[in-house]
Design a protein around this ligand. Structure first.
Ligand code: 5GP
Length: 193
């Protein structure tokens, strides 16, 4: 039985990372650790939050075709290693990938048979005033970065229709319940047998 590959997108501040991490901590899913060229934020650890790579190492992996998808987000490179994902799916694990709309679009276009069978996607939508409050509340980003993220969020929201599912974000616990319900339903798909 193949695991489910659930792509989770939504703007920075949508809580998508928290949803993915919580489902993983509860044993429902395996989380795929992305590679990035951005600098670690305070408290972030290499190999836990991301594989933090230099631009040269990242470029070598792109050239070797090692990424399932890769994209530039906020001026930095991000990508997911294909071999990592396929191995987890073949072990029957459910994999959640927290990636942006560009990354989701490229995985949707992937012609690998295992990826296509396992694939599903959900967009986490946050009403704009709520999103701004969340971004300011976490106090990790400068005003310039907050404005850039709000601008990017509006662009990402416009592509919500590309996703199979939308989760309208409100209360944290309600969001998590809906997320688990979606994972449970996806695991019942006959195409995974
Ligand atoms: P942050 O730097 O705030 O952790 O993430 C910035 C953006 O990069 C987020 O929208 C996040 O979803 C996206 N991102 C994280 N990992 C990946 C990845 O592997 N591929 C792509 N395409 N985007 C990613």
């Amino acid at each position: 039985m193949l695991g489910t590959l659930l792509i989770v997108s939504g703007p920075s501040g949508s809580g998508k990372t928290t949803l993915c991490r919580r489902a993983e901590a509860a044993g429902h899913t395996a989380y795929s650790i992305s590679c990035t060229t951005r600098q670690p934020r305070p408290g972030e650890k290499d190999g836990v939050d991301y594989h933090f790579l230099t631009p040269d190492v990242f470029a070598a992996k792109v050239a070797a075709g090692e990424f399932l998808e890769h994209a530039t987000v906020h001026g930095n490179s991000y990508g997911t290693l294909k071999a990592d994902i396929i191995e987890l799916l073949q072990q029957g694990k459910n994999v959640v990938m927290d990636i942006d709309v560009q990354g989701a679009a490229s995985i949707r276009a992937c012609d690998d048979a295992i990826i296509r069978r396992a694939y599903a996607d959900v967009y986490i939508h946050v009403p704009s005033a709520e999103l701004e409050a969340r971004l300011r509340g976490r106090q990790t980003d400068s005003e310039e970065v907050i404005q850039l993220r709000l601008h990017n969020a509006a662009e990402e929201d416009a592509r919500q229709g590309e996703y199979q599912y939308a989760l309208i974000s409100g209360d944290r616990e309600a969001d998590y319940s809906k997320f688990l319900a979606l994972l449970a339903a996806l695991a019942m798909r006959t195409q995974l047998a």
